[in-house]
Design a protein around this ligand. Structure first.
Ligand code: NI
Length: 254
């Protein structure tokens, strides 16, 4: 049993062969996939997939890259979708000060507005954070007492930062980059954080793990990530798979 806690199945990369992709995921033992919205249209498509396939759940939200496209009307539409039983999280939301595809002020504004909505709808948040560690941490800390909870997706910080997020109750999601030979930071995090706070993800179609590196990523490949984590921790793959699945079900109420 294994869950891919973060994939983008609505993207055109999967248009031609989604059924085969899902079949391979099931064959590898995946029980669920959470497909992630990045704007209104993508969130709609993600939820549609979740309605089509019993083992798929969806999130809704505006990615920081798309923050400048977000307006009040679109937020209202997302809010209406939030009560759908197959919507299990709000995201991915956050800050990306590496690419800065949207102006920083817009990113901050979209992040804050969506955090408030997630709390209002009692949904866990899926956090994207790139080169904005301190700003992301402070923003979440301000909402700690309001009941904000969730996962730091595709974690890219060090062990100390992971511990600070976990101290606020957040989960840390380990992506396929943990299999890359030079990824010593994320390998250290994956080896040392409590397994009870860890999720695994593909972020498919991006960031395929070794031995699929350079190819289109897909949910089935999360098995390589979980195997690498087991190796780093010196434990059985089955234990990593079981515990990360349990964590994912608990966080998202699956
Ligand atoms: Ni993503």
């Amino acid at each position: 049993m294994l869950i891919d806690s973060h994939a983008h199945l609505d993207l055109k990369d999967f248009q031609k062969d989604l059924d085969e992709v899902l079949e391979r995921a099931i064959q590898e033992g995946l029980s669920h996939i959470i497909t992630i919205g990045i704007d209104l249209e993508s969130s709609r498509k993600a939820l549609k997939l979740a309605h089509q396939y019993e083992f798929i759940f969806s999130s809704i939200g505006f990615h920081p890259h798309d923050a400048d496209k977000m307006d009040a009307d679109q937020l209202n539409q997302l809010s209406r979708m939030a009560s759908d039983p197959k919507v299990v999280g709000w995201g991915e939301i956050g800050l990306d000060f590496f690419k800065n595809f949207s102006p920083r002020e817009k990113q901050v504004d979209a992040f804050n507005q969506q955090l408030d909505l997630a709390v209002e709808h009692d949904l866990p948040v899926i956090i994207h954070n790139r080169d904005a560690h301190q700003e992301t941490y402070e923003t979440l800390r301000k909402r700690k007492d309001k009941g904000a909870r969730g996962v730091i997706h595709c974690f890219s910080g060090d062990y100390d930062l992971a511990m600070r997020f976990m101290d606020m109750g957040y989960y840390i999601s380990i992506p396929g980059t943990v299999t890359y030979s030079k990824a010593s930071n994320i390998q250290d995090v994956a080896a040392r954080i409590p397994l009870e706070r860890m999720l695994v993800e593909t972020d498919a179609p991006f960031l395929a793990p070794v031995p699929k590196r350079g190819k289109r990523n897909e949910p089935a490949f999360v098995i390589h990530t979980a195997k690498k984590i087991a190796e780093l921790r010196g434990m059985d793959f089955e234990e990593v798979a079981r515990q990360t699945s349990e964590n994912t079900r608990k966080l998202f109420g699956i």
